[in-house]
Design a protein around this ligand. Structure first.
Ligand code: XMP
Length: 509
């Protein structure tokens, strides 16, 4: 494996991803990890990430200088390079003009990292400081017009530095550079696969769980399904799954989940039909935040009550993913980094008293999907678009009634079905229907109608923080509109939402 020491870079995650794309396992750890701890991990390589600080400032994040003496190849990127040079006899200065954007780089030593790469290449720079002198021990491998040390190599230690960012796509040769580092310099085999991950994780789960039981909440989404499938492989009947059907699920959602988990995995599945309680709690409520609050409360109650029926349950499994871990600043370097135990159950209160198992906390979403397929989950479940916890409640605007939910569910099913039929489901990130609290006049046959309006929302996004509306073909939109108006009773108008996020959000409430 390769370790990435994170100095607060916005790109640390991207570095890890690029390394994994070379089939080399990669983990992000805190920058202040000790050299002893690194040695225990026995990585083949270490990457020091970039970061917003200046190495000459007090309190700037540093690494344990002893790590350079471990004999493990080190690649410093941007701030990481400045740190390595600073630690090994060079000096770093503020540059008069901050360099940001594309630059042309001339390779002067085409060995190691630059093996097989062109002499002139485009690179992406983003820095306010740069290495001004490297002492005796380093020499430059590449330079740009303003940066004499765009890439450096140590004379006797396997330590390398890049002032530019190889992990971003604006450095077209970056992928090959990282490949050269992990395969050539570090000697990784490039054979890591998700199945290795699954096998290793299953073993760890067995060890931690022993003969106790684990509860896993199923939502119908891919993350919780993959967690359940992995746990089922590890501990079989010691796993109990709880699906709280809040009456706000999509069409056939409960049936799909039940089918996957009882037919295929034969898991101990508890379905709580809590729809009536949720509807009662939501009666007369139209304020979006209050709707969410009540749904959250009902969920906890329903989950708690079912969980209390499961004897000797000790653990709660959760589908936390890598980006969540990194976002929360909790990248771990503990002994059980893949399966972290603590008591902070997201969305569920501490008093439930379970220990938490998060077997996906080292994976990215696309890796989770691939793992799901490998574990035998159906494609439909694995590729399902994300669905918010409060479900259709945030897509049925204003006060909710059972009738409105039925209209929305039918319209939503048509939207998804047609987008899938057009082969565009996987290209879009979230596609759904929204029932507006609006009636408008229409004409059907010879009669006047005064019916509901459905908005179709489809967005493309990488991270759900920003999103653009999907440019769905007009003919597809026409088909969706015709089908909804013809087939869903109570709807006489369909609109397409062409707002980006920001300033709009993906959901309407
Ligand atoms: P917005 O509407 O804020 O949504 O642009 C961003 C992403 O988050 C999802 N979302 C939620 N997911 N519980 C969830 O589990 C929620 O309360 C919730 N609200 C929004 C939304 O579907 C989108 O993917």
């Amino acid at each position: 494996r390769v370790l990435v020491l994170d100095f607060g870079s916005q790109y640390a995650q991207l570095i890890a991803r690029r390394v994994r794309e070379q089939n080399v396992y990669c983990q992000i750890v805190r920058h202040d990890i000790t050299a002893e701890r690194i040695a225990e991990y026995a990585p083949r390589g270490i990457i020091l990430s970039g970061g917003p600080s200046s190495v000459y400032e007090d309190g700037a994040p540093r690494c344990d200088p002893k790590l350079f003496e471990l004999g493990i190849p080190v690649l410093g990127i941007c701030y990481g390079m400045q740190l390595a040079c600073d630690a090994l006899g060079g000096s770093v200065q503020h540059t008069p003009s901050r360099e940001y954007g594309r630059a042309h780089c001339e390779v002067t030593d085409a060995s190691d990292l630059f093996d097989g790469l062109p002499t002139n290449m485009q690179v992406w720079m983003s820095h306010g400081d740069q290495v001004s002198s490297v002492g005796e021990m380093f020499h430059a491998q590449a330079r740009t017009e303003t940066c004499p040390f765009a890439a450096v190599k140590h004379a006797s230690l396997p330590v390398y530095g890049l002032q530019f960012h190889p992990e971003v796509t604006h450095t077209p040769e970056g992928k090959q550079l990282l490949r050269n580092f992990v395969l050539r310099v570090c000697g990784c085999t490039g054979k890591w696969q998700l199945s290795d991950f699954a096998e290793e994780t299953i073993g760890q789960i067995r060890e931690i769980v022993g003969d106790r039981r684990v509860i896993c909440g199923l939502s119908g989404g891919v993350d919780s399904s993959v967690v359940a499938a992995l746990l089922y492989k590890a501990i079989g009947p010691q796993l109990a799954c709880i699906l709280v059907d809040n009456g706000l699920l999509r069409k056939a959602e409960q049936a799909d989940v039940v089918k996957a988990f009882t037919e295929h995995f034969k898991a101990d599945l508890h379905v709580v039909d809590a729809g009536p309680q949720f509807m009662q709690a939501l009666e007369g409520i139209s304020e979006p935040q209050e709707k969410r609050r009540r749904i959250g409360y009902q969920f906890i109650e329903a989950f708690k009550s079912e969980a209390s029926k499961i004897e000797s349950a000790h653990f709660l499994a959760q589908g936390t993913l890598y980006p969540d871990v990194i976002e929360s600043g909790a990248a771990q370097d503990g002994p059980a980094a893949t399966i972290k135990l603590h008591h902070n159950v997201g969305g569920l209160p501490d008093e439930l008293g379970f220990e938490l198992i998060e077997p996906l906390r080292d994976l990215f979403k696309d890796e989770v999907r691939r793992l799901g397929l490998e574990l035998g989950l159906p494609e439909d479940l694995v590729w399902r678009h994300p669905f918010p916890g409060p479900g259709l409640a945030v897509r049925c605007l204003g006060e909710i009634t059972a009738e409105k939910l039925d209209v929305l569910r039918e319209a939503d099913a048509i939207v998804v079905e047609e987008v899938k039929a057009a082969g565009l489901y996987r290209q879009t990130s979230q596609t759904f229907a929204v029932l507006l609290p609006v009636q408008s006049v229409g004409v059907m046959g010879d009669a006047r109608t005064y019916d509901n309006c459905v908005a179709v929302r489809s967005v493309d996004t990488d991270d759900f923080m920003t999103a653009d509306w999907s440019r769905l073909p007009y003919d597809l939109l026409a088909k969706i509109s015709t089908r909804i108006i013809n087939e869903v009773k109570g709807v006489n108008r369909v609109c397409y939402d062409i707002s980006s996020k920001p300033p709009a959000t993906i959901e309407w409430e």
